[in-house]
Design a protein around this ligand. Sequence first.
Ligand SMILES: *[C@@H]1O[C@H](CO)[C@@H](O)[C@H](O)[C@H]1NC(C)=O
Ligand SMILES: *[C@@H]1O[C@H](CO)[C@@H](O)[C@H](O)[C@H]1NC(C)=O
Ligand SMILES: *[C@@H]1O[C@H](CO)[C@@H](O)[C@H](O)[C@H]1NC(C)=O
Ligand SMILES: *[C@@H]1O[C@H](CO)[C@@H](O)[C@H](O)[C@H]1NC(C)=O
Length: 337
Amino acid sequence: MMLTKVLYYLLSITLLKAYASPSPSTTPVLRDLAEPRFFGAALNTTFLFADKKYTQLARTQFSIFTPEDEMKWGEIEPVQNVFDFTRADEIVNFAESVGAKIRGHNFLWETHLPPWVNESLSATEIDRPLKHHITTIMQHYKGRVYAWDVVNEPISDDPNATFRDDIWTHKLGQESVAKALTYAREADPVPKLYINDYNIEGINAKSNSLYEVVKSLKQDGIPLDAIGFQSHITLGQVPSSMQENLQRFVDLDLDVAITELDINLLGPANETALAQQAEDYHSVVSTCMEIERCVSVTVWGISDDHSWIPNGEVLPWDGNKNPKPAFFAIGDAFKRK
Ligand SMILES: *[C@@H]1O[C@H](CO)[C@@H](O)[C@H](O)[C@H]1NC(C)=O
Ligand SMILES: *[C@@H]1O[C@H](CO)[C@@H](O)[C@H](O)[C@H]1NC(C)=O
Ligand SMILES: *[C@@H]1O[C@H](CO)[C@@H](O)[C@H](O)[C@H]1NC(C)=O
Ligand SMILES: *[C@@H]1O[C@H](CO)[C@@H](O)[C@H](O)[C@H]1NC(C)=O
């Protein structure tokens, strides 16, 4: 009886050693490994403080945060000239308390608009509130935000069009992008000003469109500091031209950043898929590491239970906040500097 117990104990210890994740002291701290770059996450105030494990990961693993929704137009100025900074402030205060920076997100976008910003407005009627919106928010956060996604998703998915067919191009034409960037620089000259978009990671029709837009903005002297590559990527589909693509934007004298990274399995997890996901994360982070002016890698969420993709298992931590192979792959990619 006694012997059985001892054997059982020894066996459990061995099994635990083989399968348990490393003890806290040996768990990589991605924010440290990423230096001098930033490692970031989108934060959602619904879970901040309410989910202790989520908050603990946020406290320890990241050096930059993007509010997932809390700074979007409909959240922060739901009624014209009535600003509600409550939830956005929670994230900014939290970031400062853990020594992390903020990527502000975002100003000019067709989605998450409040009802009062709609097609009934004339060009002038929408231009003034746009400037007021950007100015008020940037002044509220003056000195506290590292970068702003001033323009979000401006490029059309139609390969035959350049700009997205949305309220901004309807009302202000292509000038909307230049206007937003100019208003942002006037409001606060310090933060880095970004255009942020998806499906522009590799060289393709959409990134070619963006490249031409950016080149002409730079030629016209419009203030623009950086491009955000969202990088919502499908399993096994990290574009082979990603490094070359990011580099051509750097060659226009811009910073680049990975801003919304996740790797979608398109199905339930299994060992093969998780290994491929780890490889894909490794590949994206390594691409950033190869480029001197790639300043940050941000994942869009922290753990699979709180992703914007339900049941997607797209993030580096699983629903129990345990590190997945992707987590160790990110650490490994950051280490090879
Ligand atoms: C559209 O915007 C105008 C001006 O802000 C506002 O008066 C009107 O109520 C809005 N329409 C809807 C359906 O919300
Ligand atoms: C875009 O143009 C190509 C040819 O240049 C054409 O084959 C295609 O149908 C067009 N697509 C759309 C959505 O108009
Ligand atoms: C594992 O998951 C991938 C991605 O969803 C899928 O294509 C593959 O068939 C799965 N393999 C097994 C053995 O279930
Ligand atoms: C934040 O979490 C809440 C609660 O799950 C959800 O309704 C909201 O859509 C989340 N925000 C984003 C951007 O996913």
